[in-house]
Design a binder for this molecule. Structure first.
Ligand code: UDP
Length: 403
């Protein structure tokens, strides 16, 4: 099938760890790869944010990234991209009408891609599928006045959910949020993200260390709860904690959130055993996970959360906060533990308990690996997604035709 992925701000080719580059980039890249491996032809449309980028970048057989010229050919924060969406969708219509590659289904990622994708898709009579990745209602709840999203984001998200042919929710928690927004459950399918089980596996290189290691990974934004992880480390004597993510290591002192966290580390008297590592290239991430005794994910909210899953696939137990996608991926008492968000005491106690109980750690690690492998392969995700694409485009596969 010809599939158009739209991911306006999150290019599958981007370097991860920056403020606007994280899970969605990985998700789009890996979903596209898995679909291509299953024989589909995928074009990923993302905004051209650098004038030197070629229009088409063939990434691998079956996956082409297309840099859409909409807005300045420069980095623009995602919360300022809305004005360029009409241009984005016009460009799509012209491209699809003109270049001989007409998709059979449009899959938009994030609400702004949804606007561009739906406008273009409706013009050409194409079915449109939407994955939100994050929801304005949730963001507003947690960030309040500091939420820089365009003011009408929630209205757009609601309208999109009622208009597209199918909404893909990534967790049970997201289904409940969407239902509360008034999006009919009949329009939703729950398909969790996958994890690259070849790259993220228990065997392979390990980043050396000489102490027990607590690892936490993600973009350096407040809601990821790294402040809580640092405070929790006061209750975890003897272990070190490494926070991976944010700008490259040498630029950490120019990043306000990194500076805030560095100050907090000093305030807590933890400079000798808690550190920020900065951004780590994707291919080096498995070695970091493998080096950890426990992965701590302490977000205040989390639409899905790839990092717990990546750790689980490397056979590492997770101590997380009981929010969003983590409540599906982590099974408390089996693959890890869940504690309330924004509660460094509970977090510290759970981490300390696990670090001092080797039997429990080994049992969690085995169950975590098993859960990642059986439930979260990209192949499984891609198969489920392809079924949705087929359903919305009313394609009858020949093998299923009843004579
Ligand atoms: N990541 C990375 N290098 C870094 C920090 C993060 O490759 O320095 C990757 C990480 O492995 C994961 C993604 O970025 O695949 C973060 O996804 P997650 O869903 O945890 O968070 P999001 O960024 O979507 O909020």
């Amino acid at each position: 099938m010809r599939i158009a992925m739209i991911s306006e701000h999150a290019s599958p080719l981007a370097v991860l760890g920056g403020e606007d580059a994280g899970g969605q980039n990985t998700h789009v890249a890996e979903l596209s790869t898995a679909l291509a491996d299953a024989g589909h032809d995928v074009h990923v449309y993302t905004r051209r944010d650098d004038g030197t980028l070629p229009l088409h970048v063939p990434v691998r057989p079956g996956v082409t990234v297309v840099h859409v010229p909409a807005g300045p050919p420069d980095t623009v924060p995602k919360d300022q991209l809305l004005p360029y969406m009409p241009e984005f969708s016009r460009w799509l219509v012209e491209a699809w009408e003109g270049d001989g590659w007409l998709p059979e289904v449009v899959h938009a990622h994030f609400w702004m891609s949804g606007l561009a994708g739906l406008t273009a898709g409706r013009k050409l009579g194409l079915p449109v599928v939407l994955t939100y990745h994050a929801l304005g209602t949730v963001k507003r709840r947690y960030q309040g006045a500091r939420d820089t999203s365009p003011p009408r984001r929630v209205d757009y998200e609601r309208a999109l959910g009622r208009s597209v042919d199918r909404v893909i929710a990534q967790s049970g928690d997201e289904v409940r949020e969407l239902a509360r927004m008034g999006i009919p459950r009949s329009r939703m399918s729950v398909i969790p993200s996958g994890v690259d089980l070849t790259a993220f596996a228990p065997t392979g290189p390990v980043v050396p260390g000489d102490r027990r290691r607590v690892l936490s990974v993600g973009r350096l934004v407040e809601r990821k709860g790294f402040g809580d992880v640092i405070r929790a480390m006061r209750l975890v004597p003897d272990a070190e904690c490494v926070v991976v993510g944010g700008p490259p290591h040498r630029q950490l002192d120019t990043d306000p959130e990194a500076r805030r966290l560095t100050d907090l580390i000093a305030e807590c008297g933890l400079t000798d055993r808690v550190r920020l590592a900065g951004a780590v290239p994707r291919e080096e991430m498995p070695a970091w996970y493998r080096s950890a005794d426990v992965l701590v994910a302490a977000p205040w909210y989390e639409p899905f959360g790839l990092t717990p899953l990546e750790a689980m696939a490397c056979g590492v137990p997770v101590v997380g906060t009981a929010v969003g996608g983590l409540t599906d991926t982590v099974v408390p008492g089996l693959t890890g533990d869940l504690v309330p968000a924004r509660d460094p005491r509970s977090l510290g106690a759970a981490v300390q308990r696990l670090l001092t109980d080797r039997v429990r750690r080994t049992a969690y690690a085995t169950a975590a690996l098993d859960r990642a492998r059986t439930r979260y392969s990209w192949q499984r995700t891609a198969d489920q997604m392809a079924d949705v694409y087929a359903a919305v485009s009313r394609v009858t596969e020949p093998s299923r035709v009843v004579a």
